[in-house]
Design a protein around this ligand. Sequence first.
Ligand code: DCT
Ligand code: MG
Length: 349
Amino acid sequence: GHPVEILDRHKLQFAVNDSEVTPFSVPGYACQRRCTLENHNAVLTDALSLLAENAELSDEDGRGVAFRRAAAVLKALPSAVTNMSQLTGLPCLGGHSLRVIKDILENGTSSEVESTKESERFKALKVLTGIFGVGSKTADRWIREGIHNLQQLRDSGQTLNRAQQAGLEHYDDIKQPVSLAEAEAIRGIVGRAVASVSPEAQIVLTGGFRRGKLTGHDVDFLITHPEEGSEVGLMPKLVSWLESRVSCHLQNVLLICDVIFLYETTASPSTTERRWRAVRVDLVVSPISQFAFALLGWTGSKLFERELRRWAGHEKGMSLSSHALYDNKQEEIFAHLGLEFIPPNERNA
Ligand code: DCT
Ligand code: MG
């Protein structure tokens, strides 16, 4: 067997050289990487994102995050993956994700992804959780009661809360992505509302649009006031201003931070055509002292935020939120301040 073994090794060596494979290299945390919207591996990342979504909808958050991390690594690569050997040494690619990638590179599709897409349960979960106000637990309960689509839900006589009623009523509008032009128009309306209830207050577009996305599932705004404390009570004033001025259909606007916003479009004023649509708007008010954390926290992406918090916790022993960054060890606060740690019993100044 000895000569054969040597021959095999040579063959392997040539195979690798022939395809000029250079393995990619990226750091382990998404917050250590620059990742634009340019994605050279959309086929692979769409497949992994679908499996992530399925896991999240099935209450398997751990699996969901694993697929999201794997997709994020592929999104950060400078070119398309053509060969499994390019992935050697990359972080966050577990056995399951690698099998899916291999399947797609070899066959063009992943059988697991295709069968998930076609599964009645996944389709029902997507439709039902697509209703504003319906989470995976509610959707799962409905599915167990035989409700798989909107018509079955309407016919079932299930009691829906106010958010879910509005979500069902505006289902088609909310499913439709929001364009940047629509986001900017809504920025104008909300901006005028903010200015009229609190002239000094500032409003910033956050979420995906701040990252340069051209569409989104909602429009996210962060509002603050230059004088600490003056932001208190701003939200209810803002919501009632919007309720009274924006649209004649406003009986449906929800009095919570994540609102369905009925927005007048500038489309042709023909008599039959509808001149408004429902858009999800997320309004967040932050005191100026926490503004930097709120802006960082609400800009996203979701995975980038999760990774920032993981980095803070695991690598730096700190807790990051949209309100503050805390040092988990008191000793380190003293170190940051350039002071020697003094225990509590010696702080009796
Ligand atoms: N966010 C987060 N963790 C969550 C949800 C949200 O850190 N579980 C933050 C990051 C993004 C921001 O809030 C806004 O949330 P989304 O609107 O859901 O994200 P998006 O990136 O704006 O996505 P889309 O473009 O689809 O609206
Ligand atoms: Mg958003």
